[in-house]
Design a protein around this ligand. Structure first.
Ligand code: ADP
Ligand code: MG
Length: 699
């Protein structure tokens, strides 16, 4: 290091100035977003190759990780029936062969050239007489290159033009020269209490582990660090919201309670009462409520929201109810208008596709305080930023069916004038570790059980041979006055093809199995007026069957609809299937859900088995997370937080909970993390989350 440089300046050395990289190789690193020595230090391996287990083919054991060196003999690439592709590479070692397979990874096909030496690592399976590796890790070897042995080697993400070996050398260079200048962010005491490796050592070990145990130790340090910083950010935000924000208190009393209860169409269940008590207690305070209401599909969340909104109106304030789709927003608006017809509560619906004139008029009314309850879509809420929805005196915001949205979207409405109370509702229960993160700044209420008089729902998962039987049954129930849904096959990413698929199915059914039945269809290409009209007719019983896309609006509530048909069931996730089934478990008649499926993987078989065996959304959610394994979908990407590099919210549950407690403790002791000891951690929190979570910037 240059004597005039500080460690942090030294770590900021551009990669092109680093020996072993230089201007020639720097562009490759740039493509991986690696610009400085520090970036390279924190470019953690994607995985590891355990060379201590180099094997002969004859020594392989079923399911036991091993590495094999051989020569590429044959490369076969072909499409499969289900739209995926198969890349199969035959590798010879002496007189023995192994087969490597990759699904839907066609981009790998040019990597394997017959005659080239390759190192294959993975867990083999014996298929007949031949060992197969599915999605193994591989490394091409030069003819005279020894397979690296006796070590755990890092595997980095690469970009075209550099090899794994080159990348390893570059990283090694940087690690050896720079890692000792990294600054420790943890206070000593904390690091020792958790038995964490110091930063420089952890960095060395994570790139070039000296043993499995040391590698684990290094990973644990980074995972803890990552989760602690995340939890500090979330808890900090929460305490800021609690201390800095005031809200208008809207306490409940017996008189208001009685007035509201009279407006409700039925007696509340005990659980609904309980949850309402939690909510009204929050709303009675002069701090904004920030509450997540979890309740299974059909558990009766809407009426809870209605109660909270009416309490708001009773205090002369406005309430906003935000739904995920326009159709659902309008349904909510209609239901509310019906139920409150006898009262003086004024309701308006604002959606993106409203005619401009009408929209202007409605907005003006909202602004003048002439509307009490505004129903709209998440999209409107997110784009509001204070200007689009000009509330005169917003007291409460309810967000319905929020599962894709996280902390950040809520921030948007926060900025809209004064601080409203906040109620977020979701039917997708989330394991606690996840909710701590997605909704780490919220209190949680849980609605249990179902409203009284509910019938059971019967679920069948069958193959094509049962179609005729199902349609006979379907028609019989329709004749008895029930209604039903048919969900068209899942089409990804194209509204156009999706619309086509619904239309085709509609035509096929109305000339076939559902001939003479009054059917309507619903898909994303229709205008919202069209959608609305169809749905209203379905609600009124004028249509008997609704043929719709898989995204048939979550939350739609037509109690007389008791029949659900799902095509291509194996392609749906558990949560989605459960949501769909939830459409037919809402009334006094038993529901029937029939899934046509051809599950080809073990995972999809288990998924569908779980679906037929359980109707408990919470249980299904747990199974879903287990089946999908850690990592999938739970990345923080989809809820607007920067992605985690190493931690996994499910796998690292224990560490997460520990980090949460530590974060709370730290913030309790120094509310703004303002002590000298915590200065570095504080800075790290701000760099990473300051902007997304409105915590401020580094200064
Ligand atoms: P979700 O929680 O899925 O949003 P909803 O609020 O749409 O569920 O309620 C599902 C159905 O149950 C609706 O038809 C609603 O009218 C009915 N419901 C809700 N609470 C009760 C209750 N306490 N008694 C009778 N029916 C109820
Ligand atoms: Mg709902």
């Amino acid at each position: 290091m240059d004597a005039r440089q500080t460690p942090s300046q030294f770590l900021a050395t551009p990669v092109e100035e680093i020996r072993g990289i230089g201007p020639a190789r720097a562009p490759y690193l740039h493509r991986l977003e690696l610009r400085t020595a520090r970036d390279v230090l924190f470019c953690f391996p994607r995985s590891y190759q355990d060379m201590s287990e180099l094997r002969e083919v004859s020594q392989l054991e079923e399911g036991v990780m091993a590495s094999v060196v051989g020569v590429v003999e044959e490369v076969d690439f072909r499409p499969l029936r289900n739209g995926r592709t198969l890349l199969a590479v035959l590798v010879r070692q002496g007189t023995q062969y192994i087969r490597c397979m990759w699904f839907s990874q066609g981009f790998l096909r040019d990597k394997y050239k017959p005659g080239r030496r390759v190192l294959v690592s993975g867990a083999p399976k014996l298929q007949g007489l031949r060992w197969e590796f599915t999605h193994p890790r591989t490394q091409m070897l030069a003819d005279d290159e020894d397979a690296p042995t006796g070590r755990i080697l890092p595997v980095y993400s690469l970009t075209d033009g550099i090899t794994q070996t080159q990348m390893r050398r570059m990283v090694q260079n940087v690690v050896e020269k720079y890692s000792e200048y990294l600054e420790e962010v943890f206070p000593d005491e904390l690091r020792k209490a958790h038995d964490l490796l110091p930063i420089s050592e952890a960095t060395l070990e994570v790139h070039f582990p000296t043993s499995k145990e040391r590698l684990e130790g290094a990973r644990r340090r980074f995972i803890y660090q990552e989760l602690l910083v995340l939890q500090l950010a979330l808890c900090w935000r929460k305490s800021r919201l609690e201390t800095n924000c005031t809200a208008v208190p809207m306490p409940i009393d017996a008189r208001i309670d009685a007035r509201i209860t009279r407006l409700l169409p039925f007696a509340l269940t005990e659980s609904q009462r309980q949850v309402i008590n939690e909510i009204t207690a929050d709303m009675g305070r002069d701090r904004p409520m920030n509450r997540l209401l979890q309740g299974d599909v059909g558990s009766g969340k809407t009426v809870v929201a209605m109660f909270a909104m009416l309490l708001t109106v009773a205090h002369g304030r406005q309430a906003a109810l935000m739904a995920p789709t326009e159709v659902l927003a309008r349904q909510h608006a209609r239901t509310l208008a019906d139920r409150l017809a006898a009262s003086r509560v004024r309701i308006a619906c604002v959606t993106g596709s409203m005619p401009t004139g009408e929209r202007k008029q409605t907005l003006a009314k909202i602004q003048q305080g002439e509307i009490d309850i505004v129903v709209g879509t998440h999209a409107i809420a997110a784009s509001a930023g204070g200007s689009d929805l000009p509330f005169a005196k917003l007291g409460l915001v309810v967000i319905d069916e929020q599962h894709k949205f996280g902390v950040r979207q809520r921030a948007a409405l926060k900025g809209a004038g004064e601080n409203p109370h906040y109620l977020v509702m979701t039917a997708t229960p989330i394991p606690r570790t996840i909710s701590l993160t997605l909704f780490g700044d919220l209190e949680v209420s849980t609605l249990t059980g179902t409203p009284p008089g509910r019938q059971k729902v019967n679920t069948y998962c069958v193959g094509d041979e049962r179609r005729e039987g199902w349609w006979n049954f379907f028609r019989k129930r329709l004749a008895e006055g029930r209604q039903g849904y048919v969900i068209a096959p899942l089409v990804e990413q194209s509204e156009h093809i999706e619309a086509q698929s619904v239309t085709t199915l509609y035509e096929k059914l109305s000339e076939g199995e559902l001939q003479g039945i009054r059917c309507g269809m619903l898909h994303g290409k229709m205008s919202s007026t069209e959608k609305d009209e169809i749905l209203t007719r379905f609600e009124a019983g004028k249509l008997q069957v609704l043929i719709a896309t898989p995204v048939i609006e979550v939350g739609i509530d037509v109690p007389n609809a008791t029949l659900m048909t799902i095509e291509d069931g194996e392609r749906f996730g558990l949560a989605q299937l459960h949501q769909l089934r939830g459409r037919v478990t809402r009334g006094q008649h038993p529901g029937f859900c029939c899934v046509f499926a051809q599950p080809s993987t073990e995972e999809s078989q288990q998924r569908l088995a779980a679906f037929t065996q359980s109707t408990d959304g919470f249980e299904l959610a747990e199974i879903d997370f287990r089946l999908r394994g850690p990592g999938d979908l739970l990345g923080t990407k989809q809820h607007g937080l920067p992605p985690l590099r190493m931690a996994d919210l499910v796998r690292d549950r224990e560490i997460l909970l520990k980090a949460r407690v530590d974060a709370q403790q730290m913030l309790l002791e120094s509310p703004e993390l303002a002590t000298q000891e915590l200065a570095k951690l504080r800075r790290m929190v701000l760099v990473r989350y300051g902007k997304t979570l409105d915590l401020g910037s580094v200064g």
